[in-house]
Design a protein around this ligand. Structure first.
Ligand SMILES: Cc1cc2nc3c(=O)[nH]c(=O)nc-3n(C[C@H](O)[C@H](O)[C@H](O)COP(=O)(O)OP(=O)(O)OC[C@H]3O[C@@H](n4cnc5c(N)ncnc54)[C@H](O)[C@@H]3O)c2cc1C
Length: 377
């Protein structure tokens, strides 16, 4: 049978989200030929449905290491690919003394590279127009990207540099040296599977054995009529009891218990109340969480009502006007990352919690370094 050179690459990447694009960039920088395939006509997965928070400071352990590596890569890729990477940090509002105490404990333990700068109520509200602040913190090492622009700009940049893309091409199966797709078979020395929660479709046995489920999140873009722009991503007490650099501290227990007692509806939807301003002034607002082997196709409007009520209370404004609603999904597992080798020359790279924008580029670099070795100058 005739062999078409375009059907062979050193590396085939399945999935054009941030992890797959990061793998493509890392492999291409090492002088390897790379093909990325995605079943969609453009990146439409979690990578475009999120807040764009690149929140290093709240991470610990391996996630922190990946986030540090990812930070450098975001800045370089933003420059090279022409998308904005805001370097103004994250802002965390404390609306109860127990949240101030938790932030103070985190500030004491924070590594030098990712400090937590404490602010009093006056300092905080001078920067961010929130209601009921009794204190807060600025996390200056954190970044912000526009998720709707970053993935598209990154894919276009990689394509200009010679990475081949095959859109609307689903992978049906992966094995040593090849990927069977809906449009024929591609061969490669290395196959990297970066399909996020769809691992349970492509390699269901592996996903099941690793305990990977789906986590579905409700998101809104709203016009909140804020009196002044936000200085950057805004996190709240709900974030403090979720992200490990805060949530693992003993001071988090009181915060969690109080939030759940005071806000049972928000707790029932597993809310992590965060907001981010878009270039047009609208706010990305979220999120809720539901985990299971599949995603319920029916989104409860009550979840959105809870988010809107939380936002009105947070900003001291009337109920924000909804501009867009959507659902995002990510892989959720017992660990923060799943790296597996289901066959020789096949590597699965999955962020199995909601921190892939923060860590995905670091995970991608690590996967490529482990598979093919160090950077080519
Ligand atoms: C609502 C929401 C908010 C979030 N907020 C943040 C945040 O602010 N900060 C942060 O760090 N993280 C955040 N996350 C998590 C982050 O978005 C994800 O961890 C990250 O985008 C995962 O990237 P990925 O490349 O693995 O997956 P995806 O972006 O989902 O990409 C996977 C790609 O694989 C493709 N694919 C799947 N199956 C196949 C197949 N068989 N053949 C071909 N292609 C296939 C899909 O079409 C898709 O394009 C959020 C997630 C959600 C859902």
């Amino acid at each position: 049978m005739d062999h078409d050179d375009r059907d062979h690459s050193d590396v085939v990447v399945v999935g054009a989200g941030i992890v797959g694009l990061g793998v493509a960039d890392a492999a291409h920088r090492r002088g390897l030929s790379v093909t990325v395939l995605d079943r969609s006509p453009a990146a439409t997965g979690a990578t475009v449905r999120n807040f764009g928070h690149v929140c290093l400071t709240p991470q610990t352990g391996r996630a922190w290491e990946y986030a540090r590596a990812a930070r450098e890569r975001w800045i370089r890729l933003g420059h090279d690919a022409g998308f904005a990477v805001r370097q103004d940090g994250t802002w965390v509002v404390a609306r109860h003394p127990d949240e101030v105490a938790l932030l103070a404990a985190a500030a004491e333990r924070a590594p030098d590279a990712t400090p937590v700068h404490l602010l009093d109520a006056g300092e905080f509200t001078a920067r961010a127009a929130v209601a009921g602040a009794v204190g807060g913190a600025h996390l200056p090492a954190d970044l912000q990207v526009d998720p709707r622009r970053a993935a598209a700009a990154l894919a276009a940049h990689l394509e200009r540099r010679g990475v081949r893309f095959r859109w609307r091409t689903p992978a049906l199966g992966v094995e040593e040296g090849r990927v069977v797709t809906g449009r024929g078979t591609l061969t490669a020395g290395l196959v990297v599977v970066a399909v996020n929660h769809d691992l349970d479709h492509l390699l269901p046995g592996l996903a099941e054995a690793a305990g990977v489920q789906r986590c579905a999140l409700d998101m809104l873009r709203v016009d909140a009529g804020l009196p002044a722009p936000l200085p950057g991503p805004l996190l709240t007490g709900w974030s403090l009891v979720r992200y490990r650099a805060f949530a693992d501290l003993p001071e988090a227990v009181a915060v969690r218990e109080r939030l759940h007692a005071e806000h049972p509806r928000a707790a029932a939807f597993d809310v992590n109340l965060m907001a981010t301003q878009q270039p047009d002034g609208s706010l990305l607002l979220g999120d809720t969480h539901r985990r299971g082997p599949g995603v319920d196709p029916f989104q409860s409007e009550e979840a959105n009502e809870v988010l809107l009520a939380c936002a009105a209370d947070l900003f001291g404004v009337p109920r924000p006007r909804v501009l867009e609603r959507w659902q995002g999904v990510y892989a959720s597992g017992p660990e923060e990352f799943l790296v597996a080798r289901p066959a020789p020359g096949v590597v699965v790279a999955t962020v199995t919690t909601g921190i892939g924008m923060t860590t995905g580029l670091g995970l991608a670099e690590d996967v490529v370094r482990s598979a093919v070795g160090g950077d080519r100058p």
